[in-house]
Ligand binder design. Structure first.
Ligand SMILES: NC(=O)c1ccc[n+]([C@@H]2O[C@H](COP(=O)([O-])OP(=O)(O)OC[C@H]3O[C@@H](n4cnc5c(N)ncnc54)[C@H](OP(=O)(O)O)[C@@H]3O)[C@@H](O)[C@H]2O)c1
Length: 237
């Protein structure tokens, strides 16, 4: 029987590209996200055999019901995050700070906890941070610290949850709907500007991050790492 992977956040962007990659490699794939519309579009794209359910990963009751219905599985990938958040400190509100911790660290950790009863004892967990954890540009305090928290948690959980493997991927600027918070007119320039001066000088494609997630799912001796897939953005001055 094929191995099963649950991708929370698999209805858009990097999670959706990961669902396509792992489906093509023969995995049984389950995707989840909050929006029923996004889920429906993703399932249409992914085709027959891929399962999906709506889920708010910040809600513990929904998580328990979701994993109860999903049943035993082998690998967990969690790509959830709120969109936006590049905000200079003087414009930062408490609500924006809370939106980021409630939208990223909390649902990612609650998802891992809720998955444990049904996740294979030597299966894998892959979380998503971001290169902002390594940068010091003005306006990145919320995004950077929120992603640093996820990346640190992955390292600690690798020790705590062994023999399950736990890793994180740390993407740079990736061309996905995450950037929808930028008005459509001019979005291309903002995305291009965000990666100008980096060694690769272009945004990444969601498939390029999915490729790295596939490695972390499959490499049975890799645990506790944060794998950058950022076109070298962490090296830019
Ligand atoms: N794109 C980039 O440039 C970039 C760069 C660095 C890091 N990353 C990180 O990579 C990860 C994936 O990003 P992406 O670009 O693929 O973003 P995306 O296109 O916005 O996808 C995010 C996915 O997470 C789901 N989601 C969000 N909150 C959720 C919740 N509480 N419960 C369940 N599902 C939830 C969304 O669906 P619903 O909204 O319907 O729930 C969507 O399927 C994120 O952690 C992001 O921070 C992205």
């Amino acid at each position: 029987m094929s191995e099963r992977v649950v991708i929370v956040g698999g209805t858009s962007g990097i999670g959706l590209a990961t669902a396509e990659l792992l489906r093509d490699r023969g995995y049984g794939v389950v995707v989840a996200g909050r929006s029923a519309d996004r889920l429906e579009s993703a399932l249409k794209l992914l085709g027959e055999g891929v399962e999906g359910r709506t889920l708010d990963a910040g809600d513990e009751e929904q998580l328990a019901a979701f994993f109860g219905e999903t049943g035993p599985f082998d690998h967990l990938v969690v790509t959830v995050s709120p969109r936006g958040g590049i905000t200079p400190l003087l414009e930062l509100t408490g609500a924006e700070l809370r939106r980021h911790s409630e939208g990223k660290l909390i649902p990612q950790l609650l998802t891992v906890k809720a998955a444990l009863p049904t996740l294979r004892a030597d299966g894998s967990v892959t979380l998503l941070g971001a290169v902002s954890s390594q940068l010091s540009g003005a306006g990145l305090a919320v995004l950077g610290s929120s992603n640093a928290a996820v990346e640190t948690a992955a390292r600690i959980l690798a020790a705590e949850l062994a023999p399950r493997r736990v890793n994180a991927v740390s993407p740079g600027v990736i061309d996905t709907p995450w950037w929808d918070w930028v008005p459509e007119e001019g979005r291309g320039d903002v995305v291009a500007g965000a990666c100008s001066g980096t060694p690769m000088g272009r945004p990444g494609r969601p498939e390029e991050v999915a490729h790295a997630i596939g490695f972390l799912v499959e490499n049975t001796y890799t645990t506790g790492i944060v794998l950058p897939v950022d076109g070298g953005a962490r090296l830019a001055s």
